[in-house]
Ligand binder design. Structure first.
Ligand SMILES: *Cc1c(COP(=O)(O)O)cnc(C)c1O
Length: 337
């Protein structure tokens, strides 16, 4: 499959001949989830966004934002990030030959994401403040310098990310509901835009972590906390658009606890064979907690990022390894448990 700008150029703001920075993102698997479906009494699919080149949906937005930055003559690209935007920016900047810098909350991003950003050669800045503070500061820096801001406040991010809805629509037609984790609220905004562009209006069911649920509480959260570091955000930039998507689609925005997120995270890995990161499990946690709404038969849950991004949380949640002497009896005993 070509990258998503080539695949959907007729519906994206790129003309023939514009530079395209691509790692062949998009075209991700839509995997049926029969065990989850049985639990909730609906036909459920998982949109595996961890299958993107850097392991999260951020690549969909980044191919567009970095291509536009290159077209506009930017010298560098910058973002605030809870981790995945940083990893994605770093890869696409490397690919484009642009300088990349990322500002992350100190000590609060998953190990895999940090490794990616550093390996791709971005300047990684650990801020003594949370994501919301980082986003405010990068916005100010980009007003003063010839640097392109590639957070999801950048409209090209939304354009790229809306293509996930096109793919779902092309593959299975109409769906009744979409379950999606909500952090800075760019992705939920993008999916809704994409569905509207193909004439669809599934219920958008957004889920936030209980310790970082400003849209549920109706006010910003000053000190957001959750194990799901990718959605540890207290003041979403796309607040209004996200609320419009959820109310306009007769959907909802609700909270799930860290325990419910981790239960869904383990359930997906051990029962469906799909390893996503904790934040990605929030949509499934919400579906399991609240059930499918009345009349909803067909559901897609967006799994936003790959489980290998956050090996530390995984190892804390998983079983332990079995030590063994190098002898036949011992191995047999170990294998049979
Ligand atoms: C960025 C991210 C989210 C949240 O997306 P928003 O557009 O900020 O709402 C959810 N899960 C993962 C894995 C992410 O990287």
């Amino acid at each position: 499959m070509p990258g998503l700008i080539d695949r959907y150029r007729d519906r994206l703001p790129f003309a023939p001949g514009d530079p395209v920075v691509s790692l062949q993102e998009g075209s991700t698997p839509l995997v049926p989830a029969p065990t989850l479906g049985d639990r909730v009494g609906a036909e459920v699919y998982l949109k595996i966004e961890g299958a993107n080149p850097t392991g999260s949906f951020k690549d969909r937005g980044m191919t567009c934002a970095v291509s536009d930055a290159l077209r506009g003559g930017a010298e560098a690209v910058l973002c605030a990030s809870t981790g995945n935007t940083a990893a994605s920016l770093a890869a696409y900047a490397a690919r484009a030959g642009l300088r990349g810098a990322v500002i992350v909350p100190e000590g609060k991003i998953a190990t895999g994401k940090l490794a990616q950003a550093l390996m791709h050669g971005a300047r990684v800045i650990a801020l003594r403040g949370n994501f919301d503070v980082a986003l405010r500061l990068v916005r100010e820096v980009c007003e003063r310098q010839p640097i392109a801001l590639v957070n999801s406040v950048n409209p090209f991010r939304i354009e790229g990310q809306k293509t996930a809805s096109f793919e779902i629509h092309e593959e299975i037609g109409s769906i009744d509901a979409l379950c999606i984790p909500v952090g800075n609220a760019g992705n939920v905004t993008a999916y809704w835009k994409g569905f509207q562009e193909v004439g669809e209006a599934p219920r958008i069911l957004g889920f936030q972590a209980a310790g970082a649920a400003p849209l549920v509480d109706g006010r910003p959260v000053e000190h957001p906390e959750t194990v799901a570091s990718a959605i540890r955000i207290g003041n979403p930039a796309r607040w209004e658009e996200a609320m419009a998507a959820m109310t306009g689609s007769r959907g909802s925005v609700r909270a799930v606890s860290d325990e419910e997120i981790l239960d869904a995270y383990r359930f997906l890995a051990s029962r469906e064979g799909v390893f996503c990161e904790p934040a990605s499990a929030a949509g499934v946690a919400g579906l399991l907690k609240y059930g499918a709404p009345e009349g909803v038969a067909r559901i897609v849950c967006v799994l936003t990022g790959h489980g290998l991004k956050d090996p530390q949380t995984a190892l804390m949640q998983a079983g332990s390894v079995v030590p063994c002497e190098p002898e036949l009896d011992a191995v047999e005993h170990a294998v049979l448990g």
